[in-house]
Design a protein around this ligand. Structure first.
Ligand SMILES: CC(C)(COP(=O)(O)OP(=O)(O)OC[C@H]1O[C@@H](n2cnc3c(N)ncnc32)[C@H](O)[C@@H]1OP(=O)(O)O)[C@@H](O)C(=O)NCCC(=O)NCCS
Length: 195
């Protein structure tokens, strides 16, 4: 199904933040089954809403009046080599397992990028569990670069940071690769995971 019955819109009032949380929770069942646990989707619904900030937004994928997917953007400011100034933080990507693999996330992501551009962002940044290979593969197919590897603060796992420059990447892929590999080495030396 490349499903034309799926509608991508900004979260309407009648979709509650609890609905969003529930969709995230169900979507992440595929990760939990692989022993991959992430923090953000487990937050209370109000914290999910607050984390997007005043200028953030949440897109939803609807099948009729059923919520089947989510994709958010939060406004953030950084002072890293890959994020100097204002950037769009990609968060809360989810598609219900029974709707997965049908291009719904792709639809969400296309709209998310369009809207980020409309709102004047040049850079999209996301992060995910280093073992969430499906999410990482999708990002790489979509022109994101891996730029950083780090140990997540509160969990015994590593995360990766992905970046997409909407007006073209200002760095060579070799430069990004070196920066990523060095950060990985540093993280693994500093925080070896318990066996
Ligand atoms: C990750 C997730 C949102 C993907 O949703 P999905 O709807 O199944 O993904 P899609 O069907 O849109 O992807 C379909 C294909 O398009 C590709 N694709 C998706 N978005 C793309 C984009 N913007 N550009 C290029 N390719 C893209 C995918 O790699 C995939 O390729 P394939 O057909 O060769 O496998 C979903 O698996 C999920 O909810 N996972 C659990 C939650 C999670 O891990 N969220 C991320 C937390 S950081």
């Amino acid at each position: 199904m490349k499903d034309s019955s799926i509608q991508i819109i900004e979260k309407p009032e009648w979709v509650s933040w609890d609905d969003i949380k529930q969709c995230l929770y169900e979507a992440h069942s595929v990760n939990r089954a692989k022993g991959i646990s992430m923090a953000h989707y487990q937050w209370p619904a109000e914290k999910i809403q607050d984390s997007l900030g005043e200028n953030g937004f949440m897109l939803v994928a609807l099948d009729g009046d059923k919520l089947v997917g989510t994709a958010g953007i939060g406004e953030k400011f950084g002072n890293k080599w890959y994020a100097n100034g204002r950037y769009a933080y990609e968060c809360y990507a989810s598609v219900l397992p029974e709707y997965a693999g049908k291009g719904i996330y792709k639809m969400l992501e296309i709209r998310r990028e369009e809207k980020a551009k409309e709102e004047g962002y040049d850079v999209l940044i996301g992060d995910t569990h280093s073992k969430n290979t499906h999410r990482i593969e999708i990002a790489l197919k979509n022109g994101f670069r891996l730029v950083r590897f780090f140990r997540a603060a509160s969990k015994d796992h590593y995360s990766v940071v992905i970046v997409k420059w909407l007006n073209g990447c200002p760095y060579s892929s070799f430069y990004c690769w070196i920066k990523f590999e060095v950060s990985k080495l540093q993280a693994l030396i500093r925080f070896p995971l318990k066996k």
